[in-house]
Design a protein around this ligand. Structure first.
Ligand code: ZN
Length: 162
């Protein structure tokens, strides 16, 4: 299910930065998801979920990372970039990954409710689409998943009226 992207120190470091972004998002009350973009192995963009702060349901970490990388490179196609994100991308972000022609996608936790990169469906490797990035899922997945379960557990706890 995962081919083509070797897990090396660069990827592991990038995921650690993405996890840091997710933690910052949680502190701001956002669902903790973080993302970074590597260009030839160099980290050029970091992003985190901002739906709550932006009042925008589309302010997902991956989408913001893709837009940030394109702006920084002055290039709408990111053929020499790797997107590293803590959670399997949704339909919108999977679409953005295809449209921006990202070379490789690395993600942490699987999302069996909304993940569109292998769980619910597989948009990024759909045979009818004209771009298919290399995909590697499950990198540091325990830590990435724990961010989310801890966040939702604490949110539920805070909703309980004593
Ligand atoms: Zn998304």
């Amino acid at each position: 299910m995962t081919v083509g992207v070797p897990i090396d120190a660069v990827i592991v470091d990038a995921m650690s930065v993405a996890i840091g972004q997710a933690r910052e998002a949680a502190v701001a009350g956002e669902v903790p998801v973080g993302a970074v973009v590597l260009h030839h192995g160099q980290l050029i963009v970091r992003a985190q979920n901002r739906m709550r702060r932006d009042h925008d349901a589309t302010s997902h970490a991956e989408l913001l990372a893709v837009r940030g990388a394109a702006a920084q490179l002055g290039e709408r196609h990111l053929a020499e970039c790797t997107l590293v994100v803590t959670l399997e991308p949704c339909a919108m972000c999977a679409g953005a990954i295809v449209l921006s022609r990202i070379h490789a996608l690395v993600f942490g936790a699987w999302d069996d409710k909304a993940g569109m990169c292998g769980s619910v469906a597989d948009i990024v490797r759909h045979p009818r689409l004209n771009h298919r990035p290399q995909v590697l899922g499950g990198v540091q997945q325990d830590e990435c998943a724990r961010l989310l379960t801890d966040f939702f557990a604490s949110r539920r706890a805070s909703e309980v009226v004593p």
